[in-house]
Every structure is written in structure tokens, then in C-alpha cells.
Ligand binder design. Structure first.
Ligand SMILES: Nc1ncnc2c1ncn2[C@@H]1O[C@H](COP(=O)(O)OP(=O)(O)OP(=O)(O)O)[C@@H](O)[C@H]1O
Ligand SMILES: [Mg+2]
Length: 449
């Protein structure tokens, strides 16, 4: 149903737009280069096992830690996991620092994030009419207030499947939808009486080369015109919380409503949990534990860790995937040093996947994939220079230089990036190392009090 999906902030940056999956073969072995991913073989295979565990629902309440140096593909791996899980399994990415900038309390923010990461798959059997439109006859009437306008008052249509034909009389609600959706002879439509909805599924007319319509070609339906059809939706626990906390809001406004973050009453959540349990007992719904991905986990403080530790023990808990690039460091909110800045009792229950620094060949392949994704042409010598920069500075920095270098090449009216463009871009845009050096130099010139 919902084709409209908010693009999460971390993807809007599109640094990982070249990633389509984990690139594993049917035995779960990682191909050296597939689905936009290069190398990092063990981590990808481990992630593949995690995906299987999540999909089989056997892993709820557990947690994973992705640990490795900056730019070694931890966020990339999480993106790939999200792609592999597909549409139906919730994947909620947040950054550790977001928890503090939110306009709600830390625990409220986290509770919402955790509940967004659990889907409730609801199945419903409904009676529908489905068939190809053979004849269509719309009756028009005068608009009650506007004498110059006519509106559909009703319609008669003849539907057919491969097995039968039926003539149907419809009232103005459906006639209006017929007109709005531009239904004509040859189209296949579906009518949901209960919900008063009519949908055009496509057309059986093959378009000729002059037909610029983007109509979707479908087959003539089989069987009888009236059928019982299963409808499946997967709102998250948080979606249900929102619907229940605002009276008068229906399910659809979720997708169009404002995305403001508000506190939700604990009593609403208890009521939703009770309702969902009942649906499950009645065989109407099942729980789909998804993933809460927490990037920059070393930004979390001791209170947040304690909260998450408790959350993982609860009955309804998603899988949590943490990512960190820190080694031994202080746990925020304490004086205690610990691996990755995470408390030992939490670390103890994590499965850890490590990512490693890339070799020059891998950097080359990743840069090529990025260049291709952005429609950028780069000459061999320039690429070698960029690989060198990637090794010396960082992979991320090398990737970021691609676009400015491409601009510079275009300014020279060149069709491809050459070495000089890379060198120019390298001078114009400073990486972190150089910017820190510069600040140190500058400090010497500044006044000290
Ligand atoms: N194995 C890979 N295959 C293809 N692209 C990759 C791979 N690893 C990383 N990248 C790309 O390189 C860039 C940097 O990687 P990423 O952001 O995943 O690093 P990270 O480990 O999350 O770093 P940080 O610790 O700084 O968050 C991204 O654009 C990412 O998509
Ligand atoms: Mg990252």
C-alpha cells in the first residue's frame, strides 16, 4: 500500500546509495564484488547470518556490534543489511548523538525508536470484485451548487474474468472514483466494497509506440469476479501508538501527517500492546521484530546503555545493531574506561563483527563503483592518485573528492577526470588531518589569556 516512504536522514546523504545488498551467493558466501560491496568478506558473511536470524524471527532481543576503524564500511554494512531485510521488516537507523538533540527526553526518544523497529503484520480477508472492464457507462447529473458543473451520479459497468462476466451497478462514490482514475474499457479494476475503494490495477491493452502513457500492463484475472482476497499491512508498534494517541486520526494520515515528535502516554502503549497480543492470539497478526541500528555508539551515555540493556530483556524487543570506531575509551557519564566506551555487562551479551581497513585494490574498486553510480568518468592515472589519497588520508575523503574533481574537469571542458583535477581538488578541499594541523598552526598565532 504505502508507496510513500520517508527517506531516512542517513540515506539522504546518499553516501551509500551504491549499495543494494550484501552480495552473497546462495550458500551465504560473499562474492568479492557484488551488490555494490567490495571485500570485507568475513563481515559480510557474518552479516548474512544475522539477516537469516532476523528473518526467521529467532533473534529478537539480541544485539550485534559492528566495530572497526573509520571508513571501513560499518554504516555501509548496516545499509546492506537493511536492503536484505526488505520492505516488511522495520529497520530504524539512528545516530548516537541524535538522542541528545531530540526535543523529547532520551528515554522517550529511545522507546519510540525501539517501537518503530517492531512491525505488526496484520492479515485481513476481504471480499472484492476484480475484473477487466468490458463496458462502462457513467451517468451524469447537475452539480447541486454549481450549475456549470456535472458530476457522476452512478455507473454501470461490465466486468469479466477468463471465466465469467458480470454487470454491476454502482453508486456515486464508486462512479466518482472511476472518473478520477480515468478508468476505461480494457482496464483491470479492483473494488473493495467494505472500504468503498476502487483501484485501477493496470490495463490489458498493449500500448503501441505512439502511446506515451505509463499504464501498467496486466493479465485478465482468472476465476470468479467476486473473491476473497488477503490484505497485508505491517504498521509498527509506534505507528499504532500514534494512531491511538490522537483520536480521529486514521491509519492513512500516518503516511501524510506531520512527522513531529511528541511524547506518547505510557497508558497508550500498554493499550496497544494489549490489543496486539489479542490480535496475535486470534491469529490475525504476527510480530515482526526488526532492527534498531545505533551508529556512533560511543556517543551513548551510561543511562542510555542501562535503558537499552533493560529493553533487550523485555518481551517485545527488536534486534539492536551498534556501530563504533572507538577502541578503549571512557563510558560517557562515568570515569570508567571500557572497550568501545560500552559497559562490560552490555558488551558481554553482544555478538561482535569487525571490519578491517581496505587494501589499495579494494579502495580502487569502491571508488570505481562510486564514480559509476554518479556518472563520473575517471582516467587511470587520476584513479591511482585518488587511491593513494584514500590510503593515506581516508576512504571517505577520497570518495568525497570525486564530485569536486568532476566539476573541475568539466570546467576544463574535459570528459574525464585527470590527475590534475584530483590534485586541485585535494588542494581546495582539506581532509581532517590537514584541517587539524592548520588549527594547531593557527592557535600559535592566537592570543592566549
Ligand atoms: N565494502 C565496501 N564496498 C563498497 N563501498 C564501501 C565499502 N565500505 C565502505 N564503503 C563506502 O565507503 C564510505 C565510507 O564507509 P562507511 O561510512 O560505511 O564507514 P564506517 O565504517 O561507517 O566509518 P565511520 O566509523 O567513520 O562511521 C561510504 O560511502 C561507504 O558506502
Ligand atoms: Mg559510519
Amino acid at each position: 500500500m504505502a508507496e510513500l516512504k520517508e527517506i531516512p536522514e542517513w540515506e539522504r546523504i546518499s553516501a551509500h546509495s551504491h549499495i543494494y545488498g550484501l552480495g552473497l551467493d546462495e550458500n551465504g558466501k560473499a562474492k568479492r564484488k557484488a551488490d555494490g560491496l567490495v571485500g570485507q568478506i568475513e563481515a559480510r558473511e557474518a552479516a548474512g547470518i544475522v539477516v537469516e536470524m532476523i528473518k526467521s524471527g529467532k533473534f529478537a532481543g539480541n544485539a550485534i556490534l559492528l566495530a572497526g576503524p573509520p571508513g571501513s564500511g560499518k554504516t555501509a554494512l548496516a545499509t546492506a543489511i537493511a536492503r536484505e531485510l526488505g520492505e516488511d521488516v522495520p529497520f530504524v537507523p539512528i545516530a548516537g548523538s541524535e538522542i541528545y538533540s531530540a526535543e523529547v527526553k532520551k528515554t522517550e526518544f529511545l522507546t519510540q525508536a525501539l517501537r518503530k523497529a517492531i512491525g505488526v503484520r496484520i492479515r485481513e480477508m476481504r471480499k472484492i470484485y476484480e475484473g477487466k472492464v468490458e463496458e462502462i457507462d457513467i451517468e451524469w447529473t447537475q452539480h447541486p451548487y454549481n450549475p456549470y458543473q456535472r458530476i457522476p451520479a452512478g455507473a454501470t459497468i461490465k466486468l469479466s474474468t477468463t471465466d465469467e462476466k458480470k454487470k454491476l451497478r454502482m453508486d456515486s462514490t464508486f462512479a466518482m472514483q472511476l472518473v478520477q482514475q480515468g478508468v476505461s474499457v480494457g482496464d483491470v479494476i479492483q473494488i473493495d466494497i467494505e472500504r468503498q475503494r476502487l483501484a485501477k490495477l493496470g490495463t490489458t491493452k498493449k500500448s503501441n509506440e505512439y502511446d506515451l502513457s505509463t499504464a501498467h500492463i496486466v493479465e485478465i484475472p482468472e476465476g470468479s469476479i467476486i473473491k476473497e482476497k488477503e490484505f497485508v499491512y505491517t504498521p509498527t508498534l509506534h505507528d499504532l501508538d500514534v494512531v491511538n494517541s490522537r483520536s480521529g486520526v486514521d491509519f492513512f494520515s500516518l503516511f501524510f501527517g506531520s512527522s513531529e515528535r511528541k511524547e506518547i502516554d505510557e497508558s497508550v502503549r500498554r493499550e496497544v500492546d494489549r490489543q496486539v497480543k489479542k490480535w496475535i492470539e486470534d491469529g490475525m497478526a504476527e510480530l515482526i521484530p526488526g532492527v534498531l541500528f545505533i551508529d556512533e555508539a560511543s556517543m551513548l551515555d551510561i543511562e542510555v546503555f542501562a535503558f537499552l540493556n533493560r529493553a533487550m530483556e523485555q518481551e517485545l524487543s527488536p534486534i539492536i545493531i551498534f556501530a563504533t570506531n572507538r577502541g578503549i575509551t571512557r563510558i560517557r557519564g562515568t570515569d570508567i574506561k571500557s572497550p568501545h566506551g560500552m559497559p562490560l555487562d552490555l558488551l558481554d551479551r553482544l555478538l561482535v563483527i569487525t571490519t578491517r581497513k581496505y587494501s589499495a585494490d579494494e579502495i580502487r574498486d569502491i571508488l570505481l563503483i562510486r564514480a559509476q553510480k554518479e556518472g563520473i568518468d575517471i582516467e587511470d592515472e587520476a584513479l591511482s592518485k585518488l587511491v593513494e589519497i584514500g590510503e593515506e588520508r581516508s576512504l571517505r575523503y577520497a570518495i568525497q573528492l570525486l564530485t569536486p574533481a568532476w566539476r573541475l574537469a568539466q570546467r576544463r571542458k574535459s570528459e574525464t577526470i585527470e590527475k590534475e583535477d584530483i590534485e586541485r581538488a585535494f588542494r581546495l578541499f582539506v581532509d581532517v588531518k590537514r584541517s587539524v594541523e592548520y588549527l594547531r598552526e593557527m592557535e600559535k598565532e592566537m592570543m592566549v589569556d
